[in-house]
Every structure is written in structure tokens, then in C-alpha cells.
Design a protein around this ligand. Structure first.
Ligand code: DCP
Ligand code: MG
Length: 362
């Protein structure tokens, strides 16, 4: 599709790495269709209910034909397609499948950055066993299907931005490769709204300035464009050239650790809540001590029966993981809520301002 004549202008950063982006197709909906074959061929929305202001988490491809999209109100989805089937999400099921998929990724390389339950970047520059990145991606898609009976799409490219854009090109159940030699040509016709970090607000600002595609920015005069869109220009320019130096991040530093429980019956009296908090505190502190984690800020989370949620927090003079310190603080924080006056469906607690850096993989 793109001619090789661009090969003499390849930016060196595009020759450095090989990145694969994998993204499951209509993930939650595909899982539900696998579990309930009677849904196959029908438009399906996974999400809340149209009666209770729920939103669409995802829609299968049949439902998308009617214009239904993620984050849309379920009531609107129902208007667009009256025969749509609404299904409640089952997050535990999705995360167990997500773990299966990640295991397949980690067999290829430790350089995996999961972005969500259904999406990850892999850096296969080194860990390729002599295979082309494209072959690894094809093999992973095959293994994912064999293991889960679900389809994934893949993108292969010299960086994260391009790999993610590529995985969308032949979605669903497809794959695309963007070679370094075609990046310049490919980027020119790409809409600016497809660049990472460019959301609806920025897209509007850019189109108000007459900028819709990357070429509009690439061909424009730098100082004129800086006058129009300010520092946005310098941020976007390398992206429009197809340059994205972000590494695949395999570990993150944990900022907080906590636990919570939704109760089978809403709670009304404070003594019961204190007992439940005590149980949660003992569990959490045992875990913290086992992992040698301490924290200075204690946060209590309360969800009332109408699903509204509040948090109350206190920072101690020094980090701890002792229930004898944390539990009384939680009881004090509970006094600062409407517990006892309103019905409570969930209690949670967490510790932040951790005393020692806690580095984990995803
Ligand atoms: N999700 C959500 N709310 C959103 C977007 C997504 O709950 N606003 C959930 C449901 C999706 C899952 O995350 O199934 C993965 O998100 P994707 O954006 O990858 O969408 P899908 O996998 O559903 O579809 P696609 O085939 O376009 O990747
Ligand atoms: Mg997906």
C-alpha cells in the first residue's frame, strides 16, 4: 500500500525496537457469547440496565452495527436497537481469562505491559527466538484462541503508538504490521484524534485551528502553528512523525494497598460495621506484615445503599501495619460518615503513603 520510496527517510528510533500490541475483540461481550451460545448472532450489550441509568461497558459487533458504543447510556442503546440483549458483567470471569492470556505473553517475553484486562504491549526486540515479530504475533493470536476460544487482534510496529494503531486496522480477529519504511507515509493520512493523549477536547481545539490529519500539522509552518495551538504543536509533532519513545513498562510502584467487602445485606448499625471493619483490618494487616509493607495514611471507604461513595482519611505520624493502631483510626473515621443514619452496602479500607517502595509487576 505504501511505497518503499520513503525508506531513505527512516528515523533511527523506528529501527530500534519491535513492539506487539494485542487487544481482545469485543472482550466482555465475546466472553458472554462463549458462555451463552444462544447469544451468538444477536446484538449484545454488557453493562448496566437501561432502567437504572446504566452504561454500556462493551457491545458485540452485531450491536455496533446499530451505532452502540462503550460508555453510551444503556437507555440510548435500547433506543438504537430495541432487540438488543443486555447482560450483566462478570468481572471475575473476565479477569481469570485475562490471566490466561497474560501467561501466554510471559512465555514469550518478560517485557509485557498489560494496559487493561484485554490489552497489552510486548517488546520482542530481544526475546524473539529468531522469529519475526509478525510470526510471534500470529502465534499468540492462535494460542489465545486455542486456550480461550476468543479472538484477539494484533499490531506489530516499531513503537507502542504505532502498534496500538496497527492492532485496530484489521480488527476484529485480524492483524496488521507497520514497517519502519512506511511510517512516514502512513502517519500523514492518520487523523490527529488517533494519537495517544488526543481526546475529544484536544481534537476539537485542533480542528478549530484547521488541523484534522497529521499531514496538516507536518506541512504547516512551525511558528504559525505555535501561534495557533501553542505548546500542543511541539508535543504533537514527533507523534505525527510516528515517533514514540515510551518504553514497555513491566513494573509499577504501588501507591496504596487495601481491601473491601460488599455485604450481602445493607448494614444499619455502627456496632456491626465496626465488627466488619475489625475483620477487614485483621486480614489486611496480616497481609501487610507478610509482605513487609507499612503505610501512614489510613483511608476508610463507605458506599451507601444508593451507591454513592465517600472516603475519610487520616495520616499518622509514622507508617504502620499494626491493627492496634489502624483499627481505632478507622472507628474514628467511621464517626465522620453517615453510618448509623444511612444504610451501608460496602466498607473498605486502604493504606497509602507507603513506608517502603512496593514495586510489583501488573
Ligand atoms: N470497557 C468498559 N468501559 C469502557 C471501555 C471498555 O468497561 N468505556 C471494558 C469492556 C471491554 C473491555 O473493557 O470489553 C476492553 O475494552 P476495549 O476498548 O478493548 O473494547 P472491546 O474489547 O470490547 O472491543 P474492541 O474489539 O474494539 O477491542
Ligand atoms: Mg478489546
Amino acid at each position: 500500500m505504501f511505497s518503499e520510496k520513503f525508506s531513505n527517510s527512516v528515523h533511527p528510533s523506528l529501527l530500534r525496537r519491535k513492539i506487539i500490541h494485542i487487544d481482545m475483540d469485543a472482550f466482555y461481550a465475546s466472553v458472554e457469547m462463549r458462555e451463552r451460545p444462544e447469544l451468538v448472532g444477536r446484538p449484545v450489550v454488557v453493562g448496566g440496565s437501561p432502567q437504572s441509568r446504566g452504561v454500556v461497558a462493551t457491545a458485540n459487533y452485531e450491536a455496533r452495527k446499530f451505532g452502540i458504543r462503550s460508555a453510551m447510556a444503556c437507555a440510548k442503546a435500547l433506543k438504537l436497537c430495541p432487540q438488543v440483549v443486555f447482560v450483566r458483567p462478570r468481572f471475575e470471569l473476565y479477569s481469570s481469562i485475562s490471566r490466561q492470556i497474560r501467561e501466554l505473553f510471559y512465555k514469550v517475553t518478560p517485557l509485557v505491559e498489560p494496559m487493561s484486562l484485554d490489552e497489552a504491549y510486548l517488546d520482542v526486540t530481544e526475546h524473539n527466538n529468531g522469529r519475526f515479530a509478525m510470526e510471534i504475533a500470529a502465534e499468540l493470536r492462535r494460542q489465545i484462541f486455542e486456550t480461550t476460544r476468543l479472538t484477539a487482534s494484533a499490531g506489530v510496529a516499531p513503537n507502542k503508538m504505532l502498534a496500538k494503531i496497527a492492532s485496530d486496522i484489521n480488527k476484529p480477529n485480524g492483524m496488521a504490521i507497520i514497517r519502519p519504511q512506511v511510517v512516514t507515509a502512513f502517519m500523514r493520512s492518520l487523523a490527529l484524534s488517533r494519537l495517544p493523549g488526543v481526546g475529544p477536547v484536544t481534537t476539537k481545539r485542533l480542528s478549530d485551528a484547521g488541523l484534522v490529519h497529521c499531514q496538516d500539522l507536518l506541512d504547516g509552518h512551525a511558528s504559525l502553528l505555535r501561534d495557533k495551538i501553542g505548546s500542543l504543536y511541539d508535543w504533537l509533532l514527533p507523534l505525527c512523525e510516528g515517533i514514540d519513545e515510551r518504553e514497555v513498562v513491566t513494573h509499577y510502584e504501588r501507591k496504596s494497598i487495601g481491601t473491601e467487602n460488599t455485604f450481602a445485606k445493607d448494614m444499619t448499625d455502627v456496632a456491626t460495621m465496626e465488627r466488619e471493619l475489625r475483620k477487614l483490618t485483621l486480614e489486611l494487616c496480616a497481609d501487610l506484615r507478610a509482605r513487609d509493607i507499612t503505610g501512614a495514611t489510613v483511608t476508610l471507604k463507605v458506599r451507601y445503599d444508593d451507591f454513592s461513595r465517600i472516603t475519610r482519611a487520616r495520616t499518622l505520624s509514622e507508617p504502620t501495619n499494626s491493627e492496634d493502631v489502624i483499627y481505632p483510626v478507622l472507628c474514628e473515621l467511621l464517626q465522620k460518615t453517615e453510618a448509623g443514619r444511612r444504610r451501608v452496602r460496602l466498607l473498605g479500607l486502604s493504606l497509602s503513603k507507603l513506608g517502603n517502595a512496593v514495586v510489583e509487576n501488573w
